[in-house]
Design a protein around this ligand. Structure first.
Ligand SMILES: [Zn+2]
Length: 220
């Protein structure tokens, strides 16, 4: 069976991405990172999502916290949504470079032919490592920097959500029966989602546009 490593944060996009890989018939190997994120619920969600899909092996890797982000440094506040600046303080330095590097190594060990990552360049926070030019550049690095790459069968990065709006992602998730009720989106890490950070606002807007009710709990 064809194998795929799927980066799974426990959020809406990565959970949808996992559902796409499953629907495409891959044997999936979800990969999550404990990188010092403020919202610990995220990893709990990732575990529940993996369980929902009856995944045999869900790898959770603890890596050092590089800091420098509102999502990993408790001294930097998560701002409420005020329209998106070019690169907000919730940007985590080089996060997808770090995650994809690990995924490329793990994929080579598994002899997986695909890495799925739920990056999106439409309804997103402006992070540079979510853009198509970054993914293309990283694919080139895999092609020349891995054994399978130089042997002519590099693992391919799949980005099924790249050009979808949040509403389209939510509809796709529903078609694939992805458990969006188990996902965690909020940047703040409270018991309930705040409803006012960039991530909550994009999620709520997406559900509204899709005409679907969001089953997670929000603060008033
Ligand atoms: Zn929030």
């Amino acid at each position: 069976m064809r194998r795929a490593v799927v980066l799974l944060s426990g959020g809406l996009d990565s959970t949808t991405c996992l559902s796409v890989a499953v629907a495409e018939g891959y044997e999936v190997y979800p990969l999550s990172f404990d990188y010092g994120q403020r919202n610990k619920k995220e990893l709990e969600s990732a575990k529940q999502v993996a369980k929902y899909f009856k995944i045999k092996e869900h790898k959770i890797v603890k890596i050092g916290n590089v800091g420098g982000s509102a999502l990993t440094d408790m001294k930097i506040d998560v701002p409420d949504y005020k329209g998106l600046p070019s690169i907000p303080v919730t940007y985590v330095p080089a996060r997808n470079i770090i995650f994809l590097s690990y995924a490329a190594g793990y994929a080579e060990v598994l002899d997986a032919e695909a890495i799925f990552i739920g990056v999106n360049a439409v309804d997103y926070s402006g992070y540079p490592d979510c853009r198509p030019e970054f993914i293309e550049a990283f694919q080139k690095a895999i092609n020349v920097g891995t054994k399978n790459g130089v042997n002519g069968k590099p693992v391919r990065i799949h980005t099924p959500l790249l050009n979808l709006s949040k509403a389209e992602i939510i509809k796709l998730a529903c078609e694939n029966n992805a458990p969006l009720h188990l996902t965690t989106t909020c940047y703040k890490g409270g018991e309930k989602a705040c409803g006012v950070c960039d991530s909550c606002v994009l999620r709520l807007k997406g559900f509204k546009e899709a005409g679907i009710v969001d089953a997670i709990e929000y603060m008033d």
